[in-house]
Design a protein around this ligand. Sequence first.
Ligand code: IVH
Length: 695
Amino acid sequence: MNKQETKKRIEKLRHVINHHRYLYHLLDRQEISDAALDSLKHELKLLEDQFPEFITPDSPTQRVGGAALDKFQKVRHATPMLSLEDVFSEEEFRDWQTRIQKLIPDVRHPEIFGERKFDGLAVSLTYENGIFTRGATRGDGMVGEDITQNLKTIESIPLSLEARDMPAALKKKMPDLEKRVQNGVFEVRGEAIITKRAFEKINKEQIAKGERPYANPRNLAAGSLRQLDPKIAASRALAFFAYDVVTDVGQTFHSEEHDILRILGFRSDPSARVLSTVEDVMAYRAETERERNALMYHIDGIVAQVNDNNLFSGLGVVGKAPRGAVAFKFPPQEAVTRVRAIQAQVGRTGVLTPVAHLEPVNIGGVTISRATLHNMDEIKRLGVKIGDTVIVGRAGDVIPDIRAALKDLRTGKEKSFRMSKRCPVCGGEIAHPAGEVAYRCVNKKCPALKREGLYHFVSRKAFDIEGLGPKTINALLDQSLIQDAADLFDLKEGDLAPLERFGEKSAANVVGAIRIRKEISLSRFLYALGILHVGEETAQTLAKQAVAKLKVKSAKCKIKEIISIFEKMSLDDLQQIEDIGPKVAQSIYSWFHDKHNREFLQKLDRRGILASMPESRIRYQELSGKTFVFTGELKTMSRDEAKEKARALGADVSESVSKKTSYVVAGEKPGSKYDKARELGVPVLTEDNFLSLLT
Ligand code: IVH
């Protein structure tokens, strides 16, 4: 390639990479693999290294690579970055409406715009002539810090702006939007956030290292963006949701700002919309709260604001908050209570987890009486003692935990917790190897291990045996009806029927539920074994490996064959597998070479258990290459959950219907997407049809 050709190639590469970034980070669509994208980026980097004069500030290579700074520069905001007043109840929300109504008596029931309130860090992004040049934190509202380098690492932030798919009405109102954005300064504000998954992963790592977990996603996002070395921000899986266009480009409504943001390639809340009555606001808030758990990131309420920008600014500011907007927060997910006792609980891997037994307290409608303290380092970090008054928190489905001990409320009678030298269940020895945080019961026959292992075996992500919860497992163990999980497959109705809470019918149901699980996906099977460090994802990886090694390719195989595959794998073979490190490899190797475990597997084999090939392999082929569009309200799940499920099976999800759409899934009250599907002849599925694809 000569220089001119190289320049062209660089431009094309940049365009293609940016296009896939946009698809992936803004539309949640992946058209090429990560590996293919990486290799395009690599080629671009090589060419730019050869001809540095062709590097542009918005090149994808410019996202990372900046050197660490000594300190952040201060930035004065063009207009102050305000905060919001909080309201917590319908009454408080109505009070706010009454207050503003008095100030604008001529406008009856001003339109309200509702959107999710993200739990992250407010940032301002400045574009000059369409190129991202500066990003800043809020700071004290007047002066923030220049964190441009770190913000550039966030892939959902466009490095340059272009207008995409402008609807006709907006084009008419703002014919020169793109020109205005491309010439001069353009400022956008929004929230930098971290995904729940990344938050949990980083906190687990913190705890494993014996370091302080981050108290909330906001702190972690802030902590990541306030690192002087941009490599740290780059490793943190941050995202950006835009919610404000500061620059006047002809918008007169806040709703138009959201349209502008989407057109210019920003991610903005997909649920955001205009609301009219208080009832609408309440319904939107309730809907948002229902969807909350299924979202990939944390939100802590909704933001409601006057949609008409003139009215909004006319209402002015009190203190640091605009009168025209409020944060309508969800009920707090924290409460204060007392620690009655701390007891070590033995988990299925033998690890002793200190658990605080609490005076029961209600958090968001659920009574909590236990909270995990994770490990001894966490107890030390919190400084918590038995008898202390503590702050307990719960987030969604996550196990409640202790966030802080209120030491000023101590009476002097509080007692420190000490980990016992012997297992509280079997009295056996406890190991606490140097350099490890965990204390572990080393007795392989400890009844607690067996019990917890059984709970795990039947749990939702493992064998998923309906009607067989911890209470029934306890009863079965206590009556010596089972010794291990393999015995479950021998149970007869008559064994279960006499147990407490059972009758003939429920006994028959459970026996049926066990029978249908005699055939189970290999990844679930491997996960159910409860091998130390083997979570769902590792189990899937292992299943794929095992399939590759199977001599006869069939849809199902006997446990005997699985045993032989894993028995033959050396430690080195295991370590060669992507995503499996030395610690995990060692654990898998030891598990399959343990005499008791082998006997257990042989027992399962004799019960006729069959493993079906990885779900992803079969299913992926079924749904990959298919594009789904969802419209209307679903009965059994939120739309976000449905999208997640479709994606998990390899499908693409799109927001708009075109000839390329494979299926439109229509819930109740479907919108215009339904009509479009009919018009284009795209197949429309009911919710039930969709569910049947998933099972
Ligand atoms: S509008 C006047 N919209 O909440 C301030 N803020 O408690 C304009 N936040 O500092 C804010 N999601 O960091 C707005 N959709 C959203 C938001 C949002 C999160 C944050 C923002 C602000 C804080 C105020």
